[in-house]
Design a binder for this molecule. Structure first.
Ligand SMILES: Cc1cc2nc3c(=O)[nH]c(=O)nc-3n(C[C@H](O)[C@H](O)[C@H](O)COP(=O)(O)O)c2cc1C
Length: 171
């Protein structure tokens, strides 16, 4: 079995400490490119993105989360939105955006960078959109903080596989 993808999935960690090395808009575009190749219901591609490498904008966004220290240390942000006008079914559309985000996190690692998916900031999603000048038809789903990791010693854990399997049929 070619287990490269499986290993990449297991090795991915949330990165919260970053070096000073700059991240370019081209780097962010590559990460977004991975996102848009996620599956979506009816292939409706409801995801939208704001790319941020500007320090001043990042600083303003940083004031809107408990994780401001992460935003202060990272080099770039991607704000991930869903377009309400592209949606056809909330559950399916939100899941599609989640799939896009996972593609983006894995691709970020594959190009030597690291990222963390920030959800707490959604508490202030209206203010985030105001800072970014994003219209109300777009709903903020997540902010990804991106940069080059200081180290890769992050640990994480998962419960045992058997904790998640409710039933089994077959041998
Ligand atoms: C929906 C969602 C919201 C999250 N929000 C935050 C957050 O606001 N701040 C943070 O530091 N990490 C956040 N994380 C990262 C999780 O804490 C992390 O994925 C989890 O602890 C497992 O660690 P791992 O990503 O290294 O496997 C979030 C992850 C998800 C999927």
């Amino acid at each position: 079995m070619d287990d490269l993808i499986f290993q990449a999935i297991k090795k991915r960690r949330s990165i919260r400490e970053f070096t000073d090395q700059a991240v370019s808009l081209d780097d962010l575009k590559l990460i977004v490119e991975a996102g848009i190749w996620a599956p979506s219901g009816k292939n409706n591609q409801p995801w939208r993105f704001v790319l941020i490498t500007d320090d001043g904008v990042r600083e303003e966004i940083g004031k809107l989360t408990l994780y401001s220290h992460i935003l202060a240390g990272c080099r770039a942000l991607i704000a991930v939105y869903i377009d309400s006008e592209a949606m056809y079914d909330p559950v399916k559309d939100y899941m599609s955006v989640g799939a896009a985000i996972q593609n983006m996190l894995l691709t970020t690692e594959s190009i030597g960078m690291g990222a963390v998916w920030l959800g707490q900031i959604l508490k202030n999603k209206k203010q985030v959109s105001a800072v970014l000048g994003v219209e109300e038809r777009y709903n903020l789903m997540a902010v990804l903080a991106i940069g080059y990791p200081v180290h890769r010693k992050q640990k994480s854990h998962r419960k045992d596989l058997s904790d998640f399997i409710i039933k089994k049929f077959g041998g």
